[in-house]
Write a protein that binds this ligand. Structure first.
Ligand code: NAP
Length: 269
């Protein structure tokens, strides 16, 4: 039986156990996934935590995604480039870090919209924006990132994108895809109104992505034509299933996880 977990602090609201255990159930394995609260002061004891919980692999969430890297033996190239790890494979004493937010986002995006060269506008420049930027850079897309503060860009490890301020957005040329990587919309705020972004930036052909998954359809996504938008749920599920593949070499049952997730959030948005 495999034992897996997510470590973070606080950790009580994580959906990762629901997603992974739904997958284990669908795959018919006795594997188990739990949430372990690891206070920032305890991160230096990560190897003891792995041993005492018998972990075969684990996910890493806020606030440990960057600091965990100092405790690993190897870090994969994309994770190194964005400076954050969300998945660790445990092989005896050897710990290897990956970032499946990058691959999970890319799988979700390409499966929803198809892969082709596009002009991408990312709104926000935090942790999730780093993963989304790396994914689109790997796709060969042209990426512009709009932040509210220029200092935010010093955290990006590479500069294969155009950096602008959110206040510059009204003067930009049209983009094929606009992605919200900020939390604006979680409380039903209207992103365009909050950030004074003109509606004219969105045409009937523009694709919209919001990394928020609750509410299911943010006010931002309401500006896009039917079938032209994606919320954060496919990314959430794909990053989890990519972690499962790294740990076990097997493909996850995305359809079964989707069903379980939808039953869980039904009526909550
Ligand atoms: P983060 O590191 O705190 O970054 C948030 C970014 O949003 C920062 O650049 C911040 O700007 C900007 N921002 C926040 N409020 C703003 C406002 N009112 N106006 C302009 N910019 C604003 O957070 P994160 O980890 O990237 O997460 C961001 C969102 O993505 C959250 O809603 C999270 O739930 C979601 N997410 C979803 C998934 C998924 O699997 N679907 C995965 C990861 C994250 P400043 O730097 O100026 O503060």
């Amino acid at each position: 039986m495999g034992r897996y977990a997510v470590i973070g602090y606080p950790i009580s609201h994580t959906l990762s156990p629901l997603i992974h255990n739904a997958n284990f159930e669908a795959k018919g394995t006795a594997d188990h996934y739990s949430a372990i609260a690891v206070h920032p002061d305890q991160l230096t004891h990560i190897r003891e935590i792995i041993r005492s919980n018998g972990l075969d692999g684990f996910n890493v969430t806020i606030p440990h995604k960057e600091k965990i890297m100092a405790h690993l033996d190897h870090v994969d190239r994309d994770a190194m480039k964005i400076g954050a790890v969300n998945t660790v494979a445990v092989d005896g004493d050897v710990l290897t870090g990956y970032n499946t937010d990058v691959t999970g986002y890319l799988d979700a995006f390409n499966q929803t919209f198809g892969k082709q060269h596009r002009r991408i506008l990312i709104i926000g420049a935090g942790g999730a924006a780093k993963a989304v930027h790396r994914a689109h850079a790997n796709n060969g897309d042209s990426v512009t990132i709009a932040a509210r503060r220029m200092e935010r860009f010093q955290f990006f490890k590479t500069a294969d994108f155009k950096a602008v301020l959110i206040s510059d957005i009204p003067g930009l040329d049209p983009h094929d895809v606009i992605i919200n990587t900020t939390p604006v919309g979680m409380k039903h705020e209207d992103l365009l109104k909050e950030m004074e972004i003109p509606e004219s930036l969105i045409t009937e052909n523009t694709l919209g992505v919001d990394l928020i998954y609750q509410p299911e359809k943010t006010k931002f996504l309401e500006y896009f034509a039917e079938n032209n938008y994606m919320n954060g749920m496919p990314m959430l599920i794909h990053q989890a299933m990519d972690a499962y593949t790294l740990w076990t070499g097997e493909q996850g049952d995305i359809a079964a996880v989707n069903r379980k997730y939808k039953a869980h959030i039904g009526g909550k948005s």
